[in-house]
Design a protein around this ligand. Structure first.
Ligand SMILES: [Zn+2]
Length: 186
C-alpha cells in the first residue's frame, strides 16, 4: 500500500462501517436496522438510522433523516461534493429525495432487486432522463455485514411472533381446561 493511497482518505468500507454503527442503533431501538452517513471532504457531516417506529413516521428512513441533517450542517440543500453511504439500496422515496439533494455519489451495501430504486427494481439515481441530476453509484460495500444485521433482525422478529402465538394457544388451552373442570364440578 503506497503512502499516496493512505493520504487519499479512509475509503468506502470505513464509511460503510460507520453507517453500520447507525444500523445497530436502529436494531437496539427495535427498528428495521438500516443506517446512513453523509461524507463531505473526508468528514462525516450527518449520521442517521431508520426511525419509522420511533417517530411514527413512514418517511423517517435513514437516508431521509441523514439528508435533512446534512443540509442543515452545510447550510445548503445542494449536497455537491458529498457521498451518501447507506447499508441497503435506497427505496424510491429516498432515491427521489437523493436526486433532489444532488450528492455526487451514493454507496450502498445490499442491493434490493425487489424494491430498490438505484438499479434493483428501477434506477432513479442514474438512468433518469427527466430528472436533472445523476449520482455515481457503488453497490456491495460490506454487503455481508449489512445483510447479516437485517437477517438477524427479521429472524428475531419471526421468533418473537411465533412465541406470542404459542403463548396465546397455551392460554386458550388453559381456558378450555378450567371451563371443563368448572363444569365437572357441577
Ligand atoms: Zn427509503
Amino acid at each position: 500500500m503506497s503512502e499516496d493511497f493512505l493520504i487519499e482518505g479512509k475509503g468506502d468500507e470505513y464509511y460503510m462501517q460507520q453507517a453500520l454503527r447507525e444500523a445497530e442503533k436502529a436494531y437496539k431501538a427495535g427498528e428495521v436496522p438500516i443506517g446512513a452517513v453523509i461524507v463531505k471532504e473526508e468528514r462525516i457531516i450527518a449520521r442517521s438510522w431508520n426511525q419509522v417506529e420511533t417517530l411514527k413516521d413512514a418517511t423517517a428512513h435513514a437516508e431521509m433523516l441523514a439528508l435533512t441533517s446534512a443540509q442543515s450542517a452545510i447550510g445548503d440543500w445542494r449536497l455537491e461534493g458529498c457521498t451518501v453511504y447507506v447499508t441497503k439500496e435506497p427505496c424510491p422515496m429516498c432515491a427521489g429525495a437523493l436526486v433532489h439533494c444532488r450528492p455526487d455519489r451514493v454507496v450502498f451495501g445490499i442491493p434490493d432487486p425487489k424494491g430498490g430504486a438505484a438499479g434493483g427494481w428501477i434506477n432513479l439515481l442514474d438512468s433518469n432522463p427527466p430528472l436533472n441530476h445523476k449520482c455515481e453509484l457503488e453497490s456491495g460495500v460490506l454487503e455481508e455485514e449489512c445483510l447479516a444485521i437485517l437477517q438477524h433482525f427479521f429472524r428475531e422478529a419471526r421468533a418473537k411472533k411465533k412465541a406470542e402465538r404459542d403463548l396465546r394457544k397455551q392460554e386458550l388451552a388453559l381456558g378450555d381446561e378450567s371451563d371443563s373442570s368448572c363444569c365437572s364440578n357441577d
